[in-house]
Design a protein. Sequence first.
Length: 367
Amino acid sequence: MPARKPLSRAPRKAKPSGKRVGVLGAGAWGTAVAKALAENGHDVTIWAREGELAAAINERHENGAYLPGVALPERLRASTEPLDAANGSEALFIAVPSPYMLQTVKRVLTSPDIMEGRTLVAVLTKGFVATERGPRLIVETLEDYLPGFYRGNLVYVSGPSHAEEVSRGLMTGLAAASVNGRNAIRVRELLQSQSLLVFPSLDVIGVQVCGAVKNVVAIAFGMLDALKAESDAFGDNTESMLLAAGLNEIQAFGQALGATHPETFTSIAGVGDLDVTCRSIHGRNRRFGREIVQKGVLAPFANAADLIARIGELGYLPEGAPASGFVDRLAAEKRLSMPICRGVHRILDKELTPREFIEEYLGSLSG
C-alpha cells in the first residue's frame, strides 16, 4: 500500500483578487489572522504599535518579535496609524489584548467607514473589559462603544487556534459567532481556506465565555502539570479530571451569563479551545501556571491587583490572570460555585499556594 502524502506545509499562494481588510494588533494572533487573510487574496493592512515592527513586516515580510521564522505575504502591509487599517476596509479584525482594546478602538472611531457602518467588525480579543459597570464581555462592551448600528452585528471569532500553528498552515477550526448570521458567514468567506475552517454560530455569549474562562482553567492546569513532575500523587488522570471539571465551570458560568446554545460548550469553541489551551506547549496561560510553581514568578508581586498593574514585567500576557478576578467577581454576583477559577484568583492574591489549592480542591471531591 503506497504511503500517504503528507499535507503541504508550504506557504499558500495568494488568490488573484480580494477585498481590503484591516487588522488592529500585530501580536502573534493578529499577525497569523492577517497572514491567512492575505493568503486568501485580500489586501491587508495591520496596525502595529511599534515602528520597528511595522518596518520589519513591510521590508522583510516577517514579524520576528511574535512569529519568528514565518514568512509573511506581500499583500500584508503594516502601519503605525490605526486609521490606515480601518479606512476603506470592508472588514476590520480587532486583535488587541483586552486591557488595551478600548483605547485602540477609540482611535478608529473617526473613520468614515466605521462612523457610517460600512465596515464589518470582527473581534479576536479574548477576556473581559473592566468598566464602570464592572467586568463585561468584549462584544457587549464594544456595542456600547461603537456607533449604534453595530449592536447585534459584531462577529466574535474564537476556537482552538494557537497563532504558531495557524501561521504555518496547520489545519485549524474556528467559530464565528454573531446575532446576525449573515455577518458570521461573511467572516467565514473572508477567512476560510483548506487549512482554516470557520463554523458560524449564533451563540455570541457562549463563545465569548469559552474563550475567556478557559484561560483561567489553563493556569490551574499548568500549575497541576508542574506539580505532577515533582509528586507521585498526580498524573495524567488527575489532569483530565481537572480539565473536565473546568469545562463544567465554564458551562455553568456561560449559562448564567446568557449563553443560548448548550452545544457551544462541547464544540471547538468550548472543549476544543479548553483542551488545546491546557495541553499545548504554545499556551501562555499554561506556561504561566507552570512558572508559578517552577520559577516562583508571583514572588515580586504583592497580590493579584499588583500583578495586573505590572503584568508587563512577565514578558508575556497570560490573559487568564486578569480574567480570574473578573470571573470570581461575576461568579459571586451570580452565586455560582466555581472552585477552580476561584482557586486561581486566590493563588494570584497570595491567599494560598498552588499545592494547597490542588490538595484542597481534590480533597473536596473525595468527600
